[in-house]
Design a protein around this ligand. Structure first.
Ligand SMILES: O=c1ccn([C@@H]2O[C@H](COP(=O)(O)O)[C@@H](O)[C@H]2O)c(=O)[nH]1
Length: 289
């Protein structure tokens, strides 16, 4: 395993992610310590349980997949003790050289967004991984402080565009007063920020692997985005190789497929988790080749 330079000290996130996907395949393993999974793994539903859960996932997959994605909500539900574990997960993940995408879906008016950016994207912040998921539904421009800090520190963003849940269409497929859909507008903003970047820009989109032909219907040009496409929905939400191929078509080289429960169900055995992640990575690679 090659240790990669951490954010802030090396290439921009898009380039680091492209290299990680070349090395390990296009899979991100979600670290989602659901109460039910903790129970299935024989762990307590508290900070100690979270810590063991996350450490086990990292033992199994760090250095073997392109990225891990701790879901902040499952840590936040345990208050400050849970957040302390999230900090440990971010630090431990980054020490292994595996990219860490913090899935916190932050979004607020610009002045408050500056504080979120400081928390999740500033060098030295204990919650700063390599990339952060953000919500643009207060207007893409409200993400400005996060865009600026991500750019300054070599970190990345994944902007919610076409989410994997069935309810997303009422917002994302709605038309703006200028005509294009909301999703297409968000994608166009990301494309403008990524223009000219090689091999990939650092402002990615979240596009669920479950969305079928939604990109086409919403007029979202995924190739033009020229940034990474985080594709949750693989595994427990029902998407597999066929769905990945269908949703992403010509943009498939940009895709980082993401699976949480689909891999985590194989735990707590480290070898079982590792094999499940390998299988998921190989399937995603074959679908996106
Ligand atoms: O559109 C989206 C955006 C984010 N997610 C997150 O991904 C994982 C999915 O977990 P699974 O167990 O693989 O279903 C979870 O953390 C979601 O919050 C998403 O599913 N869809």
């Amino acid at each position: 395993m090659t240790a990669r330079p951490p954010a802030g000290a090396g290439a921009p996130f898009g380039a680091r992610l492209a290299a990680a996907m070349d090395d390990h395949g296009p899979l991100c393993v979600g670290i989602d310590p659901h109460a039910t999974l903790l129970a299935d793994w024989g762990l307590t539903d508290d900070a100690a349980g979270l810590a063991t859960f996350a450490r086990t996932v990292l033992d199994a997959v760090a250095g073997r997949v392109a990225a891990v994605k701790p879901q902040a909500a499952f840590f936040e539900r345990h208050g400050s003790a849970g957040l302390a574990v999230l900090e440990e997960v971010v630090a431990a993940g980054r020490e292994t050289g595996t990219l860490v995408v913090v899935d916190a879906k932050r979004g607020d008016i610009g002045s408050t967004m500056g504080a979120y950016a400081d928390a999740f994207l500033r060098d030295g912040s204990p919650l700063a991984g390599d990339a952060l998921t953000v919500s643009p539904y207060l207007g893409f421009g409200s993400l400005g402080p996060a865009v600026d800090l991500a750019h300054a520190t070599g970190r990345g963003l994944f902007v919610l565009c076409l989410t994997s849940n069935t309810e997303g269409h009422e917002v994302q497929h709605a038309r703006t007063q200028d005509g294009p859909t909301v999703a297409a507008t968000m994608a166009a903003h990301a494309a403008a920020l990524n223009a000219g970047e090689r091999p990939l820009g650092s402002v990615g989109l979240v596009v669920g692997a479950t969305v079928g032909d939604a990109a086409e219907r919403a007029g979202v040009d995924l190739v033009r985005v020229n940034g990474p496409l985080l594709a949750p929905g693989v595994g427990a939400q029902g998407a597999g190789a066929a769905e990945l191929a269908r949703v992403f078509g010509g943009a498939r080289r940009q895709v980082l497929a993401s699976s949480s429960r689909g891999v985590l169900a194989a735990g707590p055995d480290v070898a079982g988790l590792r094999a499940a992640a390998r299988r998921a990575a190989d399937e995603a690679a074959a679908a996106l080749r």
